[in-house]
Design a protein around this ligand. Structure first.
Ligand SMILES: Nc1nc2c(c(=O)[nH]1)N[C@H]1C(S)=C(S)[C@@H](COP(=O)(O)O)O[C@H]1N2
Ligand SMILES: [Mo]
Length: 414
């Protein structure tokens, strides 16, 4: 059950246009050029508009690292880790949403911004303004966004071997309602060649490695209608720290694919290899075999995880408690979350709250009677496809995708 729907107005228009025999590409071009009026005019047989699609160059980088108030976060260098215990429910408010920057947040204005679509596998180079983007059919997706390195510190804490990179605990994740345009529509507008295979998304954070943080999506994921270029986050224009004016949302995939401050898309008939699919965001270690030009296995999807919405370590008073947490899987809804307070000897079912939507995380809760002393509680999620959290994750040098059940320390006072 997905929450994503075509906006009603665009859907009606598209029904009308396709009924008139109009190809999707022409429909999108008319929307960009002249809005609904142009589509209606063309459907009425008055011919198509030929307004050129133009934009202007990107604006400059602001050296400030971040814009939002860092107070409610765990601060890790220039990154902000969310505190799960502050999450008010299913949706993570923008001011509590984690931030991961590879350089600094960029302060762009829509006036100076445009999105370039180019490459050897598109028919036409596009230069789309913010208004052009807003005129395309909108799509809403509720999805969690998680850094590939979420839980990374646990390699050190639970396996005794520290991985490279920001030592994230459990809060490099948030769940949002995103509104934007399907990347597939933008690619269709540019005219996708039959031999296109890879889509590179490039950010405008020029101080980032490679002069603009960038990552490649294989064509199949790029064409998934739920892969969107979002301009709205939880009912507000995308905040600056989250990529204003436009960012990619790639449901279920690692955060590093979800490029913020998007400025350029390069579509190619060849695979494209850049830093973020060769040396970074690849699993490097004895248990992972290299692919293509990468040093290891390229990280694409996230994996199934669960975590308690408590501080680490937690402090509780003796007596009855309802403990809550979050679980998510890129492979389908959460079917079950079990917990153990005896080191994994016995497991009990928690209550998974419904309804769930496809790419969103799920909330779970269970009653726990706290007795004075030191405890640990582990949680373990299983999705409807049968995927579950493994007892042990093979080490990888950069510490991605750690999803063993976490023994959450809890001190109970009498
Ligand atoms: N342009 C750009 N996009 C980016 C990044 C970046 O540094 N620059 N960081 C990526 C990483 S590693 C993650 S985990 C997510 C974090 O998104 P958020 O800061 O909105 O939570 O953005 C991704 N997109
Ligand atoms: Mo990330």
């Amino acid at each position: 059950m997905g929450l994503g729907t075509w906006s009603e107005q665009s859907e009606c228009l598209w029904e009308l246009a396709s009924g008139e025999g109009m190809p999707r590409r022409q429909f999108l071009a008319l929307l960009v050029a002249g809005g609904a009026a142009a589509v209606l005019a063309a459907c009425g047989g008055r011919g198509s508009s030929s307004t050129p699609i133009t934009g202007s160059p990107a604006s400059t980088v602001d050296p400030a690292a971040l814009f939002k108030d860092p107070t409610p976060f765990i601060q890790l260098g220039d990154s902000l880790e969310s505190r799960l215990e502050l999450m008010p429910g299913l949706i993570t408010p923008n001011d509590l949403f984690f931030v991961r920057n590879n350089s600094a947040s960029v302060d762009l204005s829509v006036d100076g911004w445009s999105l370039i679509v180019e490459g050897d596998a598109v028919e036409q180079r596009l230069d789309l303004s913010y208004d052009d983007i807003l005129r395309l059919p909108s799509r809403s997706v509720t999805a969690y966004l998680e850094c590939a390195g979420n839980h990374r510190v646990m390699f050190d804490r639970l396996q005794g071997r520290a991985a490279d990179g920001t030592q994230w605990g459990r809060g490099a994740i948030g769940n949002g309602i995103w509104i934007g345009v399907s990347l597939a529509d933008v690619l269709t507008l540019a005219g996708l060649a039959d031999d296109a295979v890879s889509v590179l998304l490039v950010g405008l954070d020029k101080d980032s490695p490679e002069g603009g943080f960038q990552r490649v999506l294989p064509l199949e994921k790029a064409l998934d209608t739920d892969t969107i270029l979002a301009y709205e986050m939880n009912g507000e224009p995308l905040p600056r720290d989250h990529g204003f004016p436009l960012r990619a949302i790639v449901p279920g995939w690692v955060g590093s694919s979800q490029i913020k401050w998007l400025g350029r898309i390069v579509v190619s008939a060849d695979p494209q290899w850049t830093r973020n699919n060769t040396t970074s965001y690849v699993l490097i270690g004895d248990d992972y075999s290299p692919e293509g030009e990468a040093l290891g296995q390229v990280v694409t999807e996230q994996n199934i995880k669960s975590a308690l919405a408590l501080p680490w370590p937690a402090r509780l008073e003796a007596g009855p408690h309802t403990l809550r947490g979050y679980a998510h899987s890129p492979r389908g809804q959460i079917y079950r979350v079990q917990y153990s307070d005896d080191g994994g000897a016995s497991w009990h079912d928690s209550r998974v709250l419904t309804p769930q939507s496809q790419y969103s995380w799920a909330q779970f809760e269970f009653a726990w009677s706290a007795s004075a002393g030191e405890h640990t509680i582990m949680t373990r999620a299983t999705d409807i496809a049968g995927n579950t959290q493994p007892d042990r994750v093979p080490f990888n040098q950069k510490g991605y995708l750690f999803n063993q059940p976490l023994p959450h320390p809890i001190r109970v006072s009498a």
